[in-house]
Design a protein around this ligand. Structure first.
Ligand SMILES: Nc1ncnc2c1ncn2[C@@H]1O[C@H](COP(=O)(O)OP(=O)(O)OP(=O)(O)O)[C@@H](O)[C@H]1O
Ligand SMILES: [Mg+2]
Length: 267
């Protein structure tokens, strides 16, 4: 959806933000991402805050609520959530500002080890038991080849959306943002999701798989599980590309196919 500046939010919504932060003296809309109807860094009486928001009748409003629910369970590489507001048709999240830039995923980029370090930290975490969270088995149910869905099950907390504009680089650290799709599942899924995004940035499939192999979860996974992931990812991106015919979706569908081939040639 198109992104509006903070000033165009309804007055009562802006006032609710001011009630949280103190007066707002500067606003800047940020680039990156698709769904947020507002994504702004605010300078406020109490310091800076990143505000992302979406209309409550938007299909992704549920994703924003999931993001709020998972926030207290995230590792230190993720910015802290200060508050969550819902009023007058808007759902807003106020976060600690990460003064960084989007990660560069191109081959040889010095950001890659930093991204790997952030994902390695994340891989140690179990999905919290006390909040509702998507299950990888459900998310891949329509895409996994028959008889392979059980491989996707597990209790690791997964991010699953490693678009480079969801990874902000600050100094020597990568910080994972945009937890719209937190998922409970097999740990190797996140390295696989990262591999596809690396291909989007120019890594040949074999090189992307070699980076996934840096993660113990991927190295330790059964070959059939990884092959099932390749096939399921191909089916998922084929569906996305058929639903929204754009050069980008077609390109991602091609990458998914090549990834599946490099992983194990399919089942
Ligand atoms: N804590 C933060 N501090 C500074 N900038 C941030 C922060 N979190 C995200 N951003 C920037 O805002 C952009 C959009 O945020 P985010 O990725 O969370 O939402 P989105 O992709 O628009 O939404 P959705 O997840 O609903 O698709 C990011 O690409 C990033 O550049
Ligand atoms: Mg995003």
């Amino acid at each position: 959806m198109s992104r509006i500046p903070f000033e165009q939010l309804p007055a009562d919504v802006r006032q609710a933000v001011v009630d949280k932060t103190g007066s707002v003296h500067a606003t800047e809309t940020v680039r990156g991402g698709m769904n947020s109807g507002i994504a702004s860094v605010l300078g406020t009486e109490s310091g800076s805050v990143f505000v992302k928001g979406i209309p409550t009748d938007h299909p992704q409003a549920g994703a924003q609520r999931r993001e709020a629910a998972i926030a207290p369970h995230l590792p230190a590489s993720c910015p802290g959530l200060y508050w969550h507001l819902e009023l007058d048709g808007w759902s807003l999240l106020g976060y600690e500002v990460v003064n960084g830039r989007h990660a560069d995923y191109t081959p040889g980029s010095p950001d890659l080890p930093l991204v790997e370090a952030a994902l390695t930290e994340l891989q140690q975490l179990k999905a919290p038991a006390d909040i509702e969270i998507k299950d990888a088995v459900d998310r891949w149910a329509n895409y996994a080849p028959r008889g392979t869905l059980h491989y996707f099950g597990g209790d690791t907390l997964l991010h699953t959306d490693f678009a480079p504009d969801n990874v902000l680089i600050v100094g020597e650290r990568a910080r994972l943002v945009d937890w719209a799709w937190p998922t409970r599942g097999a740990a190797w899924i996140d390295p696989g999701a990262l591999a596809l995004r690396l291909m989007e940035a120019g890594h040949p499939a074999e090189a992307a798989v070699a980076i996934a192999e840096h993660f113990p979860s991927w190295r330790g996974a059964e070959r059939d599980a990884l092959a099932a992931f390749g096939v399921a990812t191909t089916a998922l991106w084929r569906e996305i590309a058929e639903g929204a015919e754009t050069p980008w979706t077609r390109n991602m569908a091609e990458h998914a196919k090549a990834l599946a081939h490099a992983i194990g040639g399919g089942l």
